[in-house]
Design a protein around this ligand. Structure first.
Ligand SMILES: O=C(O)CCC(=O)C(=O)O
Ligand SMILES: [Fe+2]
Length: 340
């Protein structure tokens, strides 16, 4: 999440609300190769599939916080556009998810419609790996800042296993995107309403910048009932990082991909609009979904049959399964669940 400046502009997260006790992992300590910090990171990725990344006291981290602030400003400028202007950039699901998604187009867990406006910007468009696409004016005007945000986010997460950065290079075509999100303020809040339905992220890793609360996760082994969902409290100077399904598959289920959603923000935070910014990393399209080999990864057993599809084929299959209702997103992987 960006710096304190953005937190000062909204009501505080209420202290009485129960929150998920997510570990805070320090980027600076990871950069200094702290063994304890790496252990904390691994445990968080196994137990929760989520952690808070403390970006403070690290040059790279502070740089990212600064540019994440610019992405918040861009989110505001973009969603301040007239509805008729935004509609010109509408996304075209299921094939093209880049562009603007108006609220009310997706079913949420409770059978109602979502309340989240999204604008997805393709990484290859910003880095000029493909012919440019015409985006809404505020986005066109901030191409340089978007590039900075992508490069800075990529370098922060590229720190960890070397394999990950090799499989998600910046110069090869992928579906990696920057997503700007807006949940509108509610003058008479409906606290049980879902803004963006429960899902897992399909990619490898997601870096999320939140100021206002609302993001919730369903802890492992908990039934999907309203009382089991718990809020993540946004912290100044930290990003929320979560593991996606691709990393779960690549690690043979060692890491957890957790179900999460956005609900109405708690307390007085529901009275203000909620912006958030996500950097959703996908592998290069030509990569394989095959389980990686490594010290911590259980070998694939003969009767299991390893995944042989490419990232592209697998993503198309998965999207279709979800649409047909044959695959329901759920928390998978991690220590407590063993192999998937
Ligand atoms: O807005 C948020 O905090 C979460 C967004 C999210 O989960 C997503 O874009 O995949
Ligand atoms: Fe997500």
């Amino acid at each position: 999440m960006p710096t304190t400046k953005y937190f000062a502009q909204v009501p505080p997260f209420p202290s009485e609300v129960q929150i998920v006790p997510l570990p805070k992992v320090s980027l600076q300590k990871l950069q200094n190769e702290s063994v304890e910090e790496s252990q904390l990171l691994l445990e968080a990725c196994q137990n929760w599939g989520f952690f808070l990344l403390d970006l403070q006291q690290s040059e790279k981290g502070e740089e990212l916080l600064e540019v994440a602030g610019k992405m918040f400003d861009l989110t505001k400028e973009t969603f301040d556009l007239d509805q008729s202007v935004l509609d010109r950039y509408a996304y075209k699901p299921p094939h093209d998810l880049t562009g603007y998604k108006r609220k009310g187009q997706l079913k949420t867990d409770d059978g109602k419609m979502d309340r989240m406006d999204l604008y997805s910007i393709n990484q290859d468009d910003i880095l000029a790996n493909r012919p440019p696409r015409r985006n809404a004016d505020p986005i066109e005007a901030k191409r340089a800042e978007l590039r900075q945000f992508i490069e800075s986010s990529h370098s922060v997460i590229g720190l960890n296993p070397g394999t990950l950065s090799a499989l998600c290079p910046l110069d090869q075509i992928s579906e990696t995107s920057v997503r700007l999100l807006l949940g509108q303020s509610q003058s008479t809040p409906e606290y049980d309403s879902i803004t963006l339905g429960g899902h897992t992220d399909i990619g490898t890793i997601t870096l999320l910048f939140n100021v206002v609360g609302g993001l919730q996760i369903l802890p492992a082994a908990k039934e999907n009932t309203p009382e089991n969902w718990q809020y993540i409290k946004p912290e100044p100077g930290h990003a929320v990082v979560n593991i996606g399904d691709t990393l779960l598959e690549w690690t043979g289920g060692v890491l957890r991909s957790a179900l999460h959603r956005v609900s109405t923000a708690p307390g007085e935070q529901a009275l203000v609009s909620r912006q958030s910014v996500a950097y959703l990393v996908r592998p290069k399209n030509s990569a394989s979904m095959q389980t990686l080999k490594g010290e911590f990864i259980p070998p694939v057993e003969e009767n299991e049959g390893d995944e042989t599809r490419s990232v592209n084929e697998w993503a198309a299959w998965r999207a279709k399964q979800i649409m047909l209702g044959q695959l329901k997103p759920q928390t998978r992987g991690g220590t407590r669940m063993g192999k998937v």
